[in-house]
Design a protein around this ligand. Structure first.
Ligand SMILES: [Zn+2]
Length: 407
């Protein structure tokens, strides 16, 4: 392991350069051109691991736009490489995966990386890079690639099958790759995901579940001067629904309800006949999940009053169930701590309120830990940064975990 670790450390500058190139190429979740260019770039980037890439076309996913119309949206391909062990016997099957889309579309002003020095946790100056996707999750792609390169070079992988899968739509809730996960999750014994760990290096143990509910409020349009009283204001209706849903906050300790977005109305002299409300919820367990689902649906039903000219429909729901630590996951966590010990990294764990594909894979029965990516913070903002020294360290951690499986 020491050789692998030293070799990775030697390549830190190269990793940083590759990350910079990768982040300066836009691959916002909604940009089909960006995603397809990124898929080509990644195909080249992973050639040293395997020249055989499977480009998996994903189905179009359904979305409800702000005019309450259903649209079918295409996304980029998922990419898969296999590094199969040569031993004829039964092999451990590991999935290494992360997404290549980011939250920054091509129109976002945050497009280019910048390096700088900052004072790190040990009060020492450290090199950082700020840029779109540096930790979420392009830094994870770089860590993953170098970890597998190191594993191939320094470890005996004959008793292990590694599959690398990169996906194009995690930042919008994986509406297309869920299809792929449902097909392939059962192939693997364990999954390692390369979402960033926390700024202090802690990895994530449990994650809350999340989902988005969409409320379509309909009323009746009318001129605000000529026949105001004949109108039925859909924005007012959506606001009442929003306040009723927001009032559920605090009713159960681990459930939060965020009224994230309301769209409706055109000209100010028209009573609006349509408003679309989007509500994001977070829950800790299955009981909370059932509870919030039924509460939100009851509220929608309460405000649905066709006899008075008001209609309320609710769609959407939980997309990522909560991710908790079961016995198998706890064993893997111990193994990861041991692997960390081997390379001089002490591993600590924290809970997170954010969801990842790890939630979905866990719900499909695939045990996983999802924070093998680099250290940094402020993801989803134009201050997103990475600690560059964490690139080789985190790659070494993955190599050490893989080594722990090579018996
Ligand atoms: Zn993200």
């Amino acid at each position: 392991m020491q050789d692998a670790q030293a070799w990775l450390e030697e390549h830190q500058a190269q990793m940083a350069n590759e990350l910079e190139t990768l982040c300066n190429l836009n691959s916002g979740s909604d940009s089909l051109i960006g995603l397809s260019q990124m898929a080509d770039w990644l195909t080249e980037y992973f050639k040293p691991i395997s020249s055989i890439v499977e480009k998996i076309e994903l189905p179009r996913y359904e979305l409800l736009d702000d005019e309450a119309r259903i649209r079918f949206q295409a996304t980029g391909p998922a990419l898969r490489w296999n590094v199969l062990g040569s031993s004829p016997g039964k092999k451990k099957k590991l999935l290494l995966t992360i997404h290549y889309d980011t939250v920054y579309g091509p129109e976002n002003p945050f497009q280019v990386c910048e390096r700088y020095e900052a004072i790190g946790p040990a009060r020492q100056p450290e090199l950082r890079m700020r840029g779109p996707g540096v930790i979420d999750a392009k830094g994870g792609i770089v860590v993953l690639r170098w970890a597998v390169l190191a594993a191939k070079k320094f470890l005996d992988l004959s008793h292990i099958d590694l599959s690398i899968v990169l996906t194009p739509d995690e930042e919008i809730g994986s509406p297309a790759s869920i299809d792929l996960w449902q097909r392939i999750a059962s192939e693997f014994d364990f999954a390692m995901l390369y979402e960033p760990c926390l700024a202090d290096g802690s990895m994530v143990s449990t994650r809350k579940g999340t989902g988005t509910f969409i409320v379509v409020a309909r009323g009746k349009a009318a001129h605000s001067g000529r026949n105001f009283h004949e109108g039925r204001n859909a924005i007012n209706l959506a606001c009442q629904v929003a306040l009723a849903m927001d009032a559920l906050n605090g009713a159960r300790p681990n459930v939060t309800i965020n009224i994230g977005r309301i769209r409706g109305g055109e000209a100010v002299n028209v009573v609006p006949d349509l408003a679309v409300l989007r509500v994001n919820v977070r829950v800790s367990d299955r009981e909370d999940q059932m509870w919030i689902d039924s509460q939100l649906r009851q509220i929608a039903q309460r405000f649905d009053a066709p006899e008075s000219g008001y209609r309320v429909e609710i769609t959407g729901g939980m997309s990522s169930p909560p991710k908790n630590v079961d016995e198998t996951t706890a064993k893997w966590m111990e193994q990861i701590e041991r692997a960390g010990c081997q390379i001089g990294e002490s591993i600590s764990w924290k809970r997170s309120g954010g969801a990842s594909d790890g939630n979905k894979l866990a719900a499909l029965g695939l045990t996983n830990i999802d924070t093998f990516g680099p250290e940094g913070d402020l993801l989803h903002s134009d201050q997103e940064w990475i600690r560059l020294s964490s690139l080789p360290r985190k790659a070494a951690l993955t190599a050490a975990v893989i080594k722990g499986q090579c018996f």
